[in-house]
Every structure is written in structure tokens, then in C-alpha cells.
Design a protein. Structure first.
Length: 175
């Protein structure tokens, strides 16, 4: 009986092997979900309005802890390298995606007292507000910014809109 109890204790004890498997599994899941999301790219091959990888990463970190954040970075870095190969852009984008999950996890767990069972209406509202509006800001800012600086995405040309606004402000008809 003592051997059985010892075996059960060892099974629950954290090990570096189990941690590596979890990180690799989450990185692979992030990579695959990101590739699915990139099928809906709108502006550039790496800018998509649908990003299921973030939901998978947030759920994994909420359930498994912040120690799984490196998996998010690895998965995001790998998927961006597979698309355009620029290491700098991939690293900055991976950082943005990791910060997105970190911000979402910290806000939900530590600030809003989120319960992962999502059994209260409050938890549903917190998840929607934080996960859909606040948490994605680092990724939404760092990704396109890194592409603009290092990846060949052009700055927007606003000159035509500026002329239109000036004409409208003076109540002049357009040409």
C-alpha cells in the first residue's frame, strides 16, 4: 500500500519532463490554431481578424498557470516565421501575443476574481470584456507596428482623407 501511495505522489509531483510536454503541446496547439486563423487574413498574410489561438492560449494559461506563457511565445514565433521568415518581426509579434495572454490572465484572475468554471454571469461578462477588448491590445499594437518597421507593411497614406476633411470643414464641394 505504501508503494502505491508513493507512486501516486510521484505522479502528481511536477517534473521538467511534464512541463516540457505541456509547453510543446500548447505551442503546437497555438501554431495550428494560428494557421487556421491566418486563413482569414485580411491585410497582410499575418494580419487576421479571427485569431482562435488567443482563446486557446488564454484558456491554457488560466488552467495551467503563467508558467505556460513561453509556449505562447514559441507558438506565435513559429507561426510568424513560417509565414514571412523575419526573425525580428516574429519575435516582436510573439512578444505581443504573449503579453496579450499575460494581460488577460492577470486581469481575469487577480483583478476581477474570475472563476474558470464560468458558472456566474459575472464570469461570462468579465471573459467577454477582458478577452475580447482589453487583452488583445498588446498584440494588436505590436504586431502591425513590427510589420511596419521591419516587415514591409507600408504606413497608411492619409493624404486623401486629410484633403477631404479640409474641404468638408470649409463646406466646399469636392472636385
Amino acid at each position: 500500500m505504501n508503494q502505491l501511495i508513493e507512486a501516486l505522489r510521484e505522479l502528481n509531483a511536477p517534473s521538467s519532463y511534464r512541463y516540457a510536454v505541456r509547453v510543446a503541446g500548447l505551442a503546437l496547439a497555438y501554431f495550428l490554431a494560428a494557421r487556421i486563423g491566418l486563413e482569414y487574413a485580411v491585410v497582410n498574410p499575418v494580419i487576421s481578424t479571427i485569431w482562435p489561438a488567443s482563446g486557446i492560449a488564454l484558456a491554457a494559461v488560466l488552467l495551467g498557470g503563467l508558467r505556460l506563457l513561453p509556449a505562447v511565445f514559441i507558438g506565435a514565433f513559429a507561426v510568424n516565421c513560417s509565414i514571412h521568415g523575419a526573425i525580428t518581426v516574429s519575435a516582436i509579434t510573439g512578444l505581443g501575443n504573449s503579453l496579450e495572454v499575460l494581460l488577460g490572465s492577470l486581469l481575469l484572475r487577480r483583478v476581477l476574481d474570475f472563476d474558470v468554471r464560468v458558472s456566474r454571469l459575472r464570469d461570462v461578462v468579465c471573459l467577454i470584456v477582458v478577452a475580447a477588448t482589453i487583452a488583445p491590445l498588446p498584440a494588436a499594437l505590436l504586431g502591425p507596428f513590427s510589420l511596419t518597421l521591419f516587415g514591409g507593411l507600408a504606413w497608411p497614406d492619409d493624404s486623401s482623407r486629410g484633403d477631404c476633411c479640409c474641404r468638408c470643414a470649409r463646406h466646399c464641394p469636392g472636385p
